[in-house]
Design a protein. Structure first.
Ligand code: C2O
Ligand code: CU
Length: 440
């Protein structure tokens, strides 16, 4: 039994183990919002482009909710192929009209989505299509947007004084005004574009709300790794990863955000001095990595204000005890394959019990980096190559270098149902690096 939630533990003990435990009743909320997925003409810094877009915008509209509310969307599919929605990183039901990656919304159909956001989910997320074997193409052509769930801490000082900016990173490459199509080798390398767009712009000038703005960074690229830094190398503080606050701010000078990962950072600014945010080179093998840092955005400090202090404590992150795990599984990642190792052969479908914690030993046996992503449930890293991580964090996405082994602990709590894990280099997910998991 996992040690996280005493109430759920007690409920399991009283014979409710097969029932997903309902989150607090969501507020009635406003009428559903329509979200249109369709080809759209978009004015980009690189020229006019014909993309696939949500509501005609690149990136799609920013969705903002509070914990306890319900996200209600009517997805209208005016593409010429099936699509659907995935609310990446949210710990919500994988079934029915919620975050169900198996749902198929045919061209011409409108599908209702209703996702109840339980308390404790406040953070930085995103949404993107997740249709079988068409994820890479739809994401590449522009279908993605940010999803922010407000956390009670956001309204407290000093975070409230910091203010925030969402930086939604998405690379793109155009050929004759259209997203360049995949060359054959890009299905194994993963597709990257030379244009690194932040909120749909190249090197946007962003007016910071304070001298220590909080940047909510989303890497929505198919395959590009974002090794974030300030151009002058100044330290910044990481306060949240993958939508979850850390226990306390962590100082650093660069941070690798893999495809689909999110990072909330606090950046100290000097009055009157713009600060440039860059992506530093990162060699993920067999890739077209920029050889020099690329400026992706410029932060303009506000006039005449004091810099907000740093929060000293954020949110406790419980230590997970691997000795409490119901079982341990080995997961192998390699091109075209991802699955659990059982009696000498891989199996892509596994079953586990609601309320149980598992340890997964993930091995990248390949010659390039891969990004492990688990839907619905989130995890903590116990060890990377046998070494404990420098601080505890809840994650839904973790990068593995070639030959690396990462041990994670996953409490399968809160929601039962069928869901997935896969490599989040979108091309790899589409070409077979995906497995299913069922929690019963
Ligand atoms: Cu963003 Cu299946 O994932
Ligand atoms: Cu991969």
């Amino acid at each position: 039994m996992h040690p996280l939630d005493r109430r759920r533990f007690l409920a399991l003990g009283t014979g409710l183990a097969t029932l997903p435990l309902a989150p607090a009743v969501p507020e009635a909320g406003p009428a559903p919002r329509r979200l249109l997925a369709a080809p759209a003409a978009v004015e980009l810094d690189g020229g006019a482009a014909r993309l696939w877009a949500y509501d005609g915008a690149f990136p799609g509209p920013l969705l903002r909710l509070r914990e306890g509310e319900s996200l209600r969307l009517d997805l209208e599919n005016r593409l010429d192929e099936p699509t659907n929605l995935h609310f990446h990183g949210l710990h919500v039901s994988p079934e029915g009209r919620a975050d169900n990656p198996f749902r198929v919304v045919e061209p011409g159909q409108t599908a209702e989505y209703e996702v109840a956001i339980p308390p404790g989910q406040g953070g930085t997320y995103w949404y993107h299509p997740h249709p079988h074997r068409r994820q890479a193409a739809q994401l590449w052509r522009g279908l993605a947007g940010a999803l922010i769930i407000e956390h009670p801490l956001d309204r407290e000082r000093p975070l409230a004084d910091c203010g925030e900016l969402v930086l939604f990173i998405k690379d793109l490459e155009l050929a004759d005004g259209l997203p360049a199509s995949h060359a054959r080798g890009e299905w194994s390398r993963g597709k990257e574009g030379a244009g690194i767009y932040v909120n749909g712009r190249l090197d946007p000038q962003l007016e910071a709300p304070s001298l220590r703005p909080r940047l909510r960074v989303v890497n929505a690229c198919n395959a590009r790794y974002a090794r974030l830094a300030l151009e002058d190398g100044r330290p910044f503080h990481l306060v949240a990863l993958d939508g979850h606050f850390l226990e306390r701010p962590q100082p650093m000078t660069s941070l690798l955000v893999p495809p689909a990962g999110r990072a909330d950072i606090l950046v100290p600014l000097e009055a009157g001095e713009p600060a440039r945010l860059v992506l530093r080179p990162y060699n993920r093998v067999a890739m077209r990595s920029p050889s020099v840092p690329t400026v992706i955005a410029t932060l303009l400090p506000p006039r005449g204000r004091a810099r907000p202090g740093l929060p000293d404590g954020l949110v406790p992150v419980p230590a997970l005890d691997p000795a409490q795990a119901a079982r341990c599984r080995e997961v192998v990642m390699a091109m075209s394959y991802m699955g659990h190792k059982g009696a000498g052969c891989g199996t892509a479908q596994v079953q586990t019990g609601l309320g149980e914690m598992e340890v997964w030993e993930i091995r990248n046996v390949d010659t390039m980096d891969h990004v492990f992503h688990l839907h619905t449930w989130y995890f903590q890293v116990l060890a990377r190559n046998g070494k404990a991580p420098p601080f505890r964090a809840w994650l839904d996405t973790i990068n593995l270098r070639p030959g690396e082994r990462v041990d994670i602990a996953v409490p399968f709590t809160g929601f039962a149902g069928r869901s997935m894990y896969h490599c989040h280099i979108a091309e790899h997910a589409d070409t077979g690096m995906m497995g299913h998991i069922e929690v019963v």
